[in-house]
Design a protein around this ligand. Structure first.
Ligand code: SF4
Length: 98
């Protein structure tokens, strides 16, 4: 008798593929002296862990691996901390098993 094996979310996300559009990131962080609270929150809430706090205290984004969930767009798009666009056609995430 087979038993169902519960998959972890990391195992499911690993199935996705991402095609990098070199030199044309679809998300950028506006230059800032000190990050806003929402910008700092992105270092914790981005499911793909695209946001990091660097050694000079600035939040950086590496859009490779972005799942286009829109969380950062909602949190920081309206106040201008983040400029967010969809990747060009043919680039970005390719979902395999949703
Ligand atoms: Fe992360 Fe989602 Fe923003 Fe992509 S859209 S960088 S996955 S929060």
């Amino acid at each position: 008798m087979k038993t169902a094996i519960a998959e972890r979310i990391e195992d499911k996300l690993y199935q996705n593929r991402y095609l990098v559009d070199s030199g044309r990131p679809h998300i950028t962080v506006r230059p800032h002296r000190s990050p806003s609270l929402n910008l700092l929150a992105l270092t914790r809430v981005c499911p793909a862990k695209c946001y990091e706090l660097n050694q000079t205290g600035q939040v950086e984004v590496t859009a490779d691996g972005c799942m286009e969930c829109g969380t950062c767009r909602v949190l920081c798009g309206a106040n201008g901390d983040v400029e967010w666009n969809y990747p060009r056609g043919g680039f970005g995430v390719l979902f395999k098993f949703g």
